[in-house]
Design a protein around this ligand. Sequence first.
Ligand code: ZN
Length: 162
Amino acid sequence: MSTKDEEPVGNPLCLHCGTELIGHVLFCPKCGCPATPAALSMPYESVLARGFMAREGSSRPRKLIIVIGMWVLFGPTFLIMTGFLIAGLSAAPNIVEQLSRQPKDIFPAIVVLVFCSGLAAISGALVYKTTKNYVQRRPEATEKPEDDADADEDLNEGDVAQ
Ligand SMILES: [Zn+2]
C-alpha cells in the first residue's frame, strides 16, 4: 500500500535482515527469519520459527515482528505450563498422598514436573528477554550512515505492508 509511487509491488523483504524474498518462501533464505505469519502457525514450520526466534530473536530484536513472533510462539507455552504448575502445586498434598501409595508413579511424576518447569522457564525467559531487549534497544539512527538508511526505509515499508 505504498502511496509514494506507482511501481508494481516487488518481492517482499525479510523483516529481519532485508533480503529480498523470491517466490512463496516461508523463511528468509539468508537469516532464517519467518517470512510470513503462516510460518508461525503451521506445525512443522513453527518449529523452525521457534528455533530462529530462540537463536536470534531474544539477543537483538530490532523489529517489532520479532517480539510479536516471540509472544505468539512462546507466550502460550509459558502460560499453559505455569498454569499447569500452579494447579499441580495446589493439588500437591493429594498428589503426594497418591504417590506414597503408589511409589512406582513417582518417576513419571518427576519427569512431568521437570518437563513443565523447564518449558515454563525457557519460554518465560525468552519472552521476557526479547521484550526487554526490544524496549531497551539503542536507536537505529546511530548505527550506520547513508546506504543503510535507505535499506531501513525499505524495511519499514515492508513492515507496514504486512
Ligand atoms: Zn532475513
